[in-house]
Design a protein around this ligand. Structure first.
Ligand code: ARG
Length: 616
């Protein structure tokens, strides 16, 4: 896929203009990259065309001469106000203000200038990925919010989006937990997720490992993830395992009592999961659950199809897929006939590409599962399962996220060395956000002064959650980052609350203007000062940023943009009086710039899953 060009984007406007001018100046057929870059210093213009140097050299022309010839081909006027050759052959470009003003006005619609990408695009986002009987930990934070924002972005572009929560709700670990709960005589109706979590862990820990299975995995050259999987699947005393296997077989064959217990386990888990997801303000509900159990009856068929096509081959009683470029095979059926995490993922790919017709399938999953996805994707490509019914090659994409670290740069743990539950972490963030908001409201001049405790708490919740989500999304998906609430919650710097605060300040200016009955909604945009122009240029970049963020699956690009926009706005506001302006046209134009900035901040934050309170 390539980035579509947005017609309002200053870069693409110049790109087109200069591409044509260069071809004419050279008198050659061809498509020459005009190398347009934003100017480092607005004193020298808004953008630069840097193409002359490289093109001149290979043709034995002086770069400045070529730059002159290019200049002669660009029509001054609407798009470009002035141009100037500098240094060895740079062309400094100042854009036409009238054109900029009109372009900004044309973006002031429901979509803020973001073009829909047309019907028929489908994406599946594999997100959240919790496991039944296990608490949500901080790793699930990333799988949930990165996935949710990628889903939001594609929705904004008009795609059909399937958010799929690939719950770990099937297999031996679950059967072991169920067996352990039965043996302890626990009342399933009364269970909490904490208690389930303990049963799960105890079931895994009770007894020695299945050494043979592990040795086999190592002999097969399996990756660390596969070994870990076998470890968890096979750990436990042999008799526990055989009990659990019996449970699994009975469950598989539909034993009503077991099925009821299994459902109770899922309900108990999901109640708490949705509680936590509720705090996170994400668009994931029960309708997005499609757990491993959904594929349970398809696994035998998956393996059969692999065997029939000769791609799945026998190895010591197990079925594996081999690859030319790596030692480790992909194990799809164990020698005891059991299926694996990978088998389920193969079935899921077939479902997502063939049934849901996804041209993109994005897996937001821990970086440690890199080998697993590489093998599973390549295995399905061998089978041609990556082709949609329309013959489009689906973009199967593992988006591997890095770890959340404590201040000691080790994986985040509580003081007693336990993993933080996600819930505890979010509650702390909310408490800190609320404290901050309540403290600020004590100031007589604060717009929040005099609000009720409930109102302040609801703003505080939005601030605390914004702090956590923005810090996560802005640090880049693949990177590890340090969880430092002090830094995340600050109202200054590149933080969620800073951007929310910028939004709230603009909101209060606009509501003052409304209170004074000032009209700006249809004002002509004037960009006479450098600061107005910079703000205008920043506004114009928004649609392109959204396209690129979605296409590259990099929410941090949107974060960086929003931060720049908030800063550019703040310079504008310092230099350009808005309400205190006597010139009605200038005042209205500036209010319209404020209003568009506010709408973009709110829209961009919403795409990141972050609320934007109008008072803070
Ligand atoms: N439940 C899995 C885990 O905890 C994550 C699921 C990821 N999605 C997938 N299609 N494998 O590791």
């Amino acid at each position: 896929m390539s980035t579509q060009q947005i017609k309002q984007d200053p870069l693409s406007i110049l790109d087109n203009t200069f591409r044509a001018a260069i071809a004419k100046a050279l008198g050659e057929e061809g498509n020459f990259d005009p190398v347009i870059r934003a100017a480092q210093n607005p004193k020298f213009g808004d953008y630069q065309c840097n193409a002359a140097m490289a093109l001149a050299k290979s043709r034995g022309i002086k770069p400045r001469d070529l730059a002159e010839r290019i200049l002669a081909q660009v029509e001054l006027g609407d798009v470009v106000e002035s141009m100037e050759i500098a240094g060895p052959g740079f062309i400094n470009i100042t854009l036409g203000r009238a054109m900029l003003g009109r372009t900004i006005e044309s973006m002031d619609d429901d979509r803020l200038g973001i073009p829909p990408q047309g019907d028929g695009h489908v994406i599946t986002v594999d997100l959240c990925g919790v496991n039944v009987a296990k608490q949500m930990h901080v790793g699930h934070l990333r799988a949930t919010i990165i996935g949710d924002s990628i889903a939001n972005l594609h929705e904004r572009l008009g795609w059909t989006v399937h958010r799929e929560n690939h719950l770990g709700d099937w297999g031996l670990p679950i059967a072991m937990t169920m067996t352990a709960l039965r043996n302890s005589g626990a009342d399933l109706g009364q269970l909490t997720l904490d208690a389930l979590n303990v049963a799960y862990r105890d079931a895994q820990l009770s007894g020695r490992s299945d050494v043979r299975g592990l040795e086999g995995a190592i002999a097969h050259g399996c990756g660390p993830h596969r070994i870990a999987e076998l470890e968890t699947q096979n750990e436990g005393a042999i008799e526990n395992i055989s009990d659990a296997k019996e449970t699994l077989i009975a469950l598989q064959s539909g034993d009503p009592e077991l099925v009821a217990e299994w459902n109770a386990l899922i309900d108990c888990t999901m109640r708490e999961v949705f509680d936590t997801l509720g705090l996170l303000n994400v668009n994931i509900g029960p309708e997005n659950n499609r757990g491993e159990s959904f594929y349970k009856d398809k696994l035998a068929g998956v393996v059969e199809t692999f065997i029939e096509s000769g791609i799945g081959v026998e190895d010591n009683g197990a079925i594996v897929v081999r690859f030319e470029d790596r030692e480790r095979p992909l194990l799809i059926r164990k020698s005891d006939g059991g299926f694996l995490y990978a088998t389920t993922d193969l079935a899921a790919i077939r479902h997502r590409v063939h049934e849901l017709k996804s041209e993109r399938v994005v897996y937001v999953v821990d970086a440690r599962q890199k080998d697993h996805f590489k093998d599973v994707f390549d295995g399905s490509r061998k089978m041609g399962w990556d082709k949609t019914p329309d013959g489009i090659e689906s973009d199967l994409h593992h988006l591997p996220f890095g770890s959340v670290l404590g201040r000691d740069k080790k994986p985040l743990k509580t003081r007693s060395g336990e993993n933080f539950t996600l819930r505890a972490l979010l509650e702390e963030a909310i408490e800190r956000g609320t404290g901050e908001v309540i403290a600020r409201a004590e100031d007589f001049n604060a717009p929040t002064h005099g609000m009720t405790r409930d109102e302040l708490e609801s703003i505080g919740r939005a601030v605390g959650i914004a702090a956590v989500k923005y810090a996560d999304l802005s640090s880049g998906v693949t990177r590890d980052y340090i969880f430092d609430l002090d830094r995340m919650i600050a109202f200054e710097g590149n933080t969620g609350p800073y951007i929310q605060y910028a939004h709230a300040r603009i909101s209060s200016i606009l509501s003052k203007a409304e209170g004074e009955d000032i009209k700006w909604q249809n004002a002509g945009i004037q960009l006479d000062t450098a600061e107005e122009k910079q703000l205008g240029l920043a506004i114009m970049r928004y649609p392109q940023v959204i396209l690129e963020t979605a296409e590259q699956l990099e929410p941090h690009r949107l974060c960086t943009y929003l931060y720049d926009l908030a800063n550019t706005y703040s310079s504008f506001y310092q230099c350009c009086p808005v309400l205190r302006n006597d010139d009605e046209d200038v005042r209205a134009s500036r209010l319209r710039l404020c209003s568009m900035t506010r709408r973009i901040l709110a829209d961009g934050l919403a795409l990141l899953g972050i609320e934007s309170p109008s008072r803070m």
